[in-house]
Design a protein around this ligand. Structure first.
Ligand code: HEC
Length: 242
């Protein structure tokens, strides 16, 4: 039995290590692929505020519909703002990366897999990390991407935070942002909104996550019961030998 437990522990270690949080000074966000209402709100925000510049070219509108419980009519009403697109299309836009590069000085990256590559904390911190910087072309900078080429597209909702400075090695550096009070939303409401948006981007980067987690729990329960049965069986077989 002790050997069995040891084997089990060794088998679990790589999984636990992989689940360890990533480094970096990011704000932490609690995403939940089972919270469909949050994902629906996030999808609408993404379609409204981000798809003018960004694509999610590996995702189809109706896949989101299926996963989040929206039929094609609702998908077309709330998520599609381009007359030439339909529910079964991938989420592309007309602005090419070359256009973006010319207009903004940097291409607006495809965001389908962004959260999977960089983690949801980075997305959340980026969306909460814009601050006023009059030396920048759009008058804003970002604590995650210094010298950012993206305008603060949610400024109307959040307002424009002032930077928070700290002295490091004799120089004043920006270490965070103050709470903005000149937007349409309160700081709490803005954080809730960016959490929905981050939750959606995390779902989009791995749409099967909710299903995988559900399945994972069932598999673990099955393995546990199987372990007990196997152990009892082993005891039964070896009873007469000892
Ligand atoms: C007006 C065009 C525009 C809109 C609208 C826009 N972005 Fe961007 N975005 C950009 C550009 C340009 C970049 C590249 C910035 C750079 O590299 O400096 C970018 C970069 C990003 C990045 C990558 C940051 C990194 O790690 O380098 C993320 C994440 C992102 N945008 C999220 C969003 C989200 C979420 C929305 C909707 C709320 C949005 N963007 C709306 C233009 C836009």
């Amino acid at each position: 039995m002790r050997k069995l437990l040891l084997t089990l522990a060794l088998a679990l270690i790589p999984g636990l290590l992989m689940a360890a949080p990533k480094g970096g000074n990011y704000m932490s966000v609690d995403v939940d692929p089972h919270d469909k209402q949050s994902l629906q709100r996030g999808a609408m925000l993404f379609a409204n505020y981000c798809m003018a510049c960004h694509e999610a070219s590996l995702m189809r509108y109706n896949r989101i519909g299926q996963d989040l419980g929206l039929d094609d009519a609702l998908v077309e009403q709330y998520l599609i703002f381009k007359p030439e697109q339909q529910a079964h299309d991938v989420m592309t836009n007309v602005m090419t990366e070359a256009d973006a590069e010319q207009w903004f000085g940097a291409p607006a990256p495809d965001l389908t897999l962004y959260a999977r590559r960089h983690g949801p904390d980075r997305v959340y911190t980026f969306l909460n990390g814009f601050y006023r910087d009059d030396d920048q072309p759009f008058g804003v900078n970002n604590i995650v991407v210094s010298g950012v080429s993206m305008p603060h597209v949610l400024q109307d909702l959040q307002g424009l935070p002032e930077p928070r400075y700290e002295e490091r090695d004799g120089r004043m550096v920006v270490v965070g942002v103050e709470e903005a009070t000149n937007g349409r939303l309160s700081p709490e409401e803005y954080r809730a909104l960016t959490r929905d948006l981050t939750n959606f981007m995390d779902y989009m980067a791995e749409p099967v996550k909710a299903e995988r987690e559900r399945l994972g729990v069932r598999v673990l329960v099955f393995l546990f019961i199987f372990l007990i049965v196997t152990y009892l069986l082993k005891r039964e077989y070896w009873k007469d030998v000892h």
